[in-house]
Design a protein around this ligand. Structure first.
Ligand code: KG4
Ligand code: ZN
Length: 330
């Protein structure tokens, strides 16, 4: 049985985890940086990179202590090598390389998106390839056909903003605070999703992609009109996003042959309205719906450790001179 140390630092979450290839999570440690970025209403890359430098080492030590393990027990070190904010990615990858060099253990360079894409298999041992994955986070909104480890086909992506980005910008416009997704979801519970007429970009379109920029502009206009309560705008915005996600996913499902499950991952998958709507869609299509637990949907190191375990058991390790990448499509 292989034990993998996973490291994540591609955005504003610093994390370290110890994951075994039998799906046991021995430890997972995470430090958010919300307080550091909140005054700016968004993630400041330079502040994030500095925070990762300070926090990652102690988090690795804390994870090892919680697992009752030492670096000698670890079989491979998996670190996010991109995509993400390049300063942060470099901190995690260089830390992984240093640990690999010092211990003589192999390095597995993990694509952060692959971490999200395979995380449902950590949570659900019965989830087999191929499956259709809706990956919805702050940086990405994609539909992926996951055929195997390292074997992904992108069916759709966003032509402008990611869904999480739209949540974050809406929260900022409505003065609901940061991080935006959970704040909009909370406000939406007190609002009427039918109160504000908002567009559903690309819904019904023959092309496969997503678009959220027009929705964001419509939120701005609704706010400036001054006739709607922020809660009603939040609820109507959330409903518009759900409608867009469902329409596009339904279209992809009709074209993805042989898939047995609809899977959702990424930070926006923490949203209950999104989850419920996708569950309904999967039910209508007669397939399983798999969503990782909430903590595994947002950025964490257990998903990087698990992707590392899947790659390591497939014999996929990387040289120590591999470079960090700000952009790295799956
Ligand atoms: O996957 P993630 O932690 O980081 C990225 O790789 O982007 O996703 C973070 C994104 C943010 O945009 C955040 O606002 C959104 O996920 N998010 C949510 C919720 N929780 C997090 N969006 C809607 N509803 C939520 N409950
Ligand atoms: Zn992410």
């Amino acid at each position: 049985m292989a034990l993998i140390l996973g490291l994540e630092s591609s955005c504003d979450e610093t994390a370290a985890a110890l994951v075994r290839d039998d799906r046991t999570i021995l430890a997972h440690k995470l430090a958010g940086q919300e307080a550091e970025h909140a005054p700016y209403g968004g993630v400041v890359p330079e502040i994030a990179a500095r925070a990762h430098v300070e926090i990652l080492g102690p988090l690795v030590e804390a994870a090892l202590a919680e697992a009752g393990a030492t670096l000698a027990d670890v079989d491979a070190i998996a670190a996010t090598a991109g995509p993400g904010l390049i300063g942060g990615v470099m901190v995690g990858l260089v830390t992984g390389k240093a640990l690999a060099l010092a211990t003589g253990k192999p390095l597995v360079a993990v694509n952060h998106l692959e971490g999200h894409a395979l995380s449902p298999r950590l949570a659900d041992p019965e989830l087999e390839f191929p499956y259709l994955l809706l990956l919805v986070s702050g940086g990405h909104c994609q539909l992926l056909l996951v055929r195997g480890v390292g074997d992904y086909r992108r069916l759709a992506t966003t032509i402008d903003d990611a869904a999480g980005e739209a949540f974050d910008k809406t929260a900022k416009l409505l003065g609901l605070g940061f991080p935006g997704g959970p704040a909009v979801e909370r406000a939406a519970t007190k609002g009427d999703p039918k109160a504000v007429p908002l567009p559903r970009p690309l819904v019904g379109s023959a092309e496969p992609h997503f678009s959220f920029a027009g929705l964001k502009s419509a939120v701005l206009r609704a706010r400036d009109a001054g006739t709607h309560a922020p809660e009603d705008i939040a609820a109507s915005f959330q409903q518009a996003v759900v409608d867009c996600l469902i329409d596009r996913t339904k279209r992809a499902l009709a074209q993805a042959e042989g898939v047995t499950a609809l899977v959702v991952a990424g930070g926006v998958a923490a949203n209950q309205s999104v989850r419920h709507a996708l569950e309904g869609l999967a039910g209508d299509a007669g397939m399983r719906f798999v969503a990782p637990p909430l903590w595994l949907c947002t950025d964490n190191a257990a998903m990087i450790g698990w992707a590392g375990a899947e790659r390591f058991s497939a014999g996929l390790t990387d040289p120590l001179d591999i470079a960090a990448r700000a952009r790295w499509p799956l």
